[in-house]
Design a protein around this ligand. Sequence first.
Ligand SMILES: *[C@@H]1O[C@H](CO)[C@@H](O)[C@H](O)[C@H]1NC(C)=O
Ligand SMILES: *[C@@H]1O[C@H](CO)[C@@H](O)[C@H](O)[C@H]1NC(C)=O
Ligand SMILES: *[C@@H]1O[C@H](CO)[C@@H](O)[C@H](O)[C@H]1NC(C)=O
Ligand SMILES: *[C@@H]1O[C@H](CO)[C@@H](O)[C@H](O)[C@H]1NC(C)=O
Ligand SMILES: *[C@@H]1O[C@H](CO)[C@@H](O)[C@H](O)[C@H]1NC(C)=O
Length: 343
Amino acid sequence: MVKCRRKVCLSVVKIGFIFYIFVFLLQFTKNYYRPPNGGVIDDVRINDGVNVRGYHYSRLQTSGINKLKPEINSRSTISAPSDVHFKKFLAPALLIVVCSHPSHVQHRLTIRNTWGYNLSEEVGVIFVVGRDKKGAWGSVVDRENVLHQDLIQVNTVEDYRNLTRKMIAGLNVIINDFSSTQYVLKTDDDAFINVPYVLEEITNNRDFLTGSHIMGALCINATVIRDPRDVWSVPLKTFPNKTFPPYLAGGAYLFRTATLTKLLKFVDHASPYLHLEDVYITGVLAQAAGIKHISHPGFSFWNSKKASACDIVNRRRISSVNMSDKQIKILYKQIHKFYVKGC
Ligand SMILES: *[C@@H]1O[C@H](CO)[C@@H](O)[C@H](O)[C@H]1NC(C)=O
Ligand SMILES: *[C@@H]1O[C@H](CO)[C@@H](O)[C@H](O)[C@H]1NC(C)=O
Ligand SMILES: *[C@@H]1O[C@H](CO)[C@@H](O)[C@H](O)[C@H]1NC(C)=O
Ligand SMILES: *[C@@H]1O[C@H](CO)[C@@H](O)[C@H](O)[C@H]1NC(C)=O
Ligand SMILES: *[C@@H]1O[C@H](CO)[C@@H](O)[C@H](O)[C@H]1NC(C)=O
C-alpha cells in the first residue's frame, strides 16, 4: 500500500517535472520567435504603398553596424583616404542586399556558408524576397528567418515584371530601417561577392567616397530588346529610344546610402517604369537624379567569364555572376587554399 502510494507520488513529481520543462521550452521558443516590436508583425508602409514585412533582421541592426555609428560620424578625414586603414579608421558599415526568390532556399544557404560566412562586424548580408504567386506570405520564408534573421520579405508578387518594384521596396527598407548603413551593395543570389575587395574599393576610391557616384559594370548604348517573347523586352510605347541610358549591370552595383536615398526620391517622378531593375535604378533614376557612374573592371556583366579563385585572391574581380551553388562552393574552397599558399 505504502509502496504503491510512493509510486503515485513519484509519477506526479515526474509529470510535474516534464510539464515544467515543457513550459520552460515553450517560453524560450516564444521569446525567440518574437519580432522586435513585441509580437506584432512589422507592417511597414513605404512611399509607393507597398507593404513590407521586414521583421527578424534585428541581428544586423544590433550587431556591428549600429555600434560603428559614432565612429563613422566622428570621422571627418574621409577626404584623405589614401592613408586610411579600413578596419581601424573608416569602418564603413556595408550592407550587401541580395535579390532572391522565396523558393531559393538553397542559394541563400550557400551564400551564408560561403562568401557571406563569418564576415567582419562591419558587413551584413541581407536577402530581399517577394511573395510567391499564390499571394500568401511564405511560411517557409518565415521559418527560415527565425533561424537566420536575414530576410526582408516585401509585399510584391514574385514575377519578373515586378523585379524593379521588389528591389525598390527592399532598398527603401534599408534606407529607412538601417540608418547607420553607409554603403549598400546590391547583388543576386547566383553571385559570388569578393567582400574584402569591395571593402578595399570603398576605402580607396576617392570619387566614390567623396562624390555622388554609383559603382559597377557600366553598360553604355545597350540596345533595347523589342521581341515580345524575350522576358527582357520593352515595348516601343514604354520606351521609344533605341538604347538605354548608361546603367550598371544588375549582378552587383555599389552605392553610398546617401546616394541611394537621393535616387529613390525620384521613383515617383522618373519615367518610364521598367521591369529591368538595373536599367531602371542605375540608369533611368540615376539620369533623373544627375548621379554619375564609376565603371569598375572588377564588376561582372551578365555574360562575363566566371571568376577564378586567383581572380578573387589577387583582387581582379569583385563579383562573379550566373554561378551555380556548386560553383560558388568550389570557388570558396579554392580561395581558402590560395590565400594560404598564394596564386
Ligand atoms: C571568424 O573570423 C574571425 C576574425 O575575422 C576569426 O578569428 C575566426 O576564427 C573566424 N571563425 C571561423 C569559424 O572561421
Ligand atoms: C506585381 O505586384 C503587384 C503588387 O504587389 C501585384 O498586384 C501584381 O499582380 C504583380 N504583377 C505581377 C505580374 O505579378
Ligand atoms: C553611344 O552612342 C552615341 C550616339 O549614337 C555615340 O555618340 C557614342 O560614341 C556611343 N558611345 C559608345 C561608348 O559606344
Ligand atoms: C532618349 O533619347 C533622347 C535623344 O537622344 C535623349 O535626349 C533622352 O534623354 C533619351 N531618353 C531616355 C529616357 O534615355
Ligand atoms: C551561365 O552558366 C551556364 C553554366 O555554367 C553557361 O552554360 C551559360 O552560358 C552561362 N550564361 C552566360 C550568359 O554566361
